[in-house]
Design a binder for this molecule. Structure first.
Ligand SMILES: [Zn+2]
Length: 401
């Protein structure tokens, strides 16, 4: 099959800001993989049975990768949205029984089937907006049984629909209320029971820890990552979101695939991430909803750190899974260029989940995950933000929208 239109392409060795538009371009794919990409006039002649799709005036870009979501959860927290607008802070909300603990209760009481059903709805909407790969975290179960339940939801989702799922264990989201005053017991549960059980069932590739004053210390995170690494789970971190707790440097130290949020990361932490090749993940929807300082993406890029863009979709701080909106906000709030934002939500997002050899660009050998966008170029797409400019979505060469 092949496709004629205007392509957004880049050299994998180039900087994050480098992007070229190829006019009158063609993309060919076979058995789910891209086999050729370039100018139409150079396209080698194919067999007679090739199907041709005319992308017309559309811009063809790689399928989007949302490398940070908390996809499966019970309930919503619209009441807290209203409380925050009225001036309540995080601690007041937590004292009123809200926050992560409230989603934990709703997630524990939801059945596996209910969570699957709901997540299928989210994934269908996300893919219509161009998302073709999603990283999904647990972390609202916070007991062995409920964390396994959420991770099994992700495994089932992969079998039920086309969007590619990458699962992350986030048992270290917060210490659940029943362990209050017994933090070390919860860490023992994480390291000695949950991580081994998850590894045994092959339910997650990554182990994320929320390193923050209200969650886990760098010392506790080190202990959790040590266990994770011994069971083959790769570290990821929620780091330096509300204060500088040394999360960025810790990400470099433990060889994390990514460190996410980073609004308060220190100069030294950024330098350590650059040295270790850790991807920084910018989550502008969370900054927008919380009215907090956005991540300084320019500084990371200037220091040689690749910056991914993701939604952080969750019922508290980022109740939207609209990745193109996050890309526009990464431009306006974190001063990424449109090209950097697109690469942040494709090839760099893929790098944050170590999939950059499988998806995130239009080069031959990559999965045929791509979008037809109703815009003349990337700048125009992200500038003229609207409900949905995506007109066609292909995953593994199959048109899903
Ligand atoms: Zn998150």
């Amino acid at each position: 099959m092949h496709n004629i239109g205007r392509l957004a392409v880049w050299d994998p060795a180039g900087s994050q800001s480098e992007l070229n538009h190829v006019e009158r371009a063609a993309l060919r794919w076979e058995n789910g993989r891209i086999t050729w990409c370039g100018r139409e006039e150079d396209l080698p002649v194919a067999g007679v049975d090739e199907t041709r799709i005319d992308a017309g005036e559309s811009l063809v870009v790689p399928g989007l990768v949302d490398c940070h979501t908390h996809l499966a959860f019970g309930g919503w927290r619209a009441d807290e949205f209203a409380m925050r607008i009225a001036g309540a802070d995080y601690l007041e909300i937590a004292r009123a029984g809200g926050g992560i603990a409230s989603t934990m209760r709703a997630t524990r009481s939801a059945s596996e089937d209910e969570l699957v059903e709901r997540s299928l709805g989210f994934l269908a909407e996300m893919s219509r907006n161009g998302t073709t790969t999603v990283e999904c975290k647990s972390g609202y179960g916070l007991s062995l049984e409920d964390e396994l339940k959420v991770l099994r939801v992700y495994r089932r989702l992969q079998q039920l629909q086309d969007v590619r799922i990458v699962a992350t264990f986030l048992g270290a989201h917060v210490v659940p209320p029943e362990f209050s005053g017994r933090r070390s017991d919860y860490i023992r549960l994480l390291t000695r029971e949950m991580i081994p059980a998850i590894a045994e069932e092959g339910l997650a590739e990554y182990c994320d820890v929320f390193v923050e004053e209200t969650a886990f210390t760098p010392g506790e995170a080190r202990e959790i990552f040590e266990a994770a690494l011994s069971f083959g789970l790769v570290p990821k971190l929620h780091a330096d979101q509300l204060s500088d707790t040394g999360g960025a440097a810790l990400a470099a130290e433990v060889g994390a695939a990514s460190a996410d949020h980073l609004e308060y990361a220190s100069e030294d932490g950024i330098g350590a991430m650059a040295g270790a090749g850790v991807v920084a993940v910018c989550l502008p929807l969370a900054s927008l909803y919380l009215g907090k300082t956005p991540m300084k993406a320019r500084e990371f890029i200037r220091r040689g750190v690749r910056v991914a863009v993701a939604t952080d979709f969750n019922p508290g701080s980022a109740p939207s899974h609209h990745l193109p909106l996050a890309m526009t906000l990464a431009c306006t709030m974190s001063r990424m260029t449109p090209a950097e934002a697109l690469k942040g939500a494709t090839i760099v997002g893929a790098a944050a989940i170590r999939r950059e050899r499988q998806t995130g660009s239009l080069l031959p050998g990559m999965a045929a995950n791509f979008l037809l966008v109703d815009a003349p170029d990337v700048e125009h797409w992200l500038y003229h933000f609207r409900g949905n400019a995506v007109q066609g979505v292909f995953i593994g060469g199959k048109q899903v929208h």
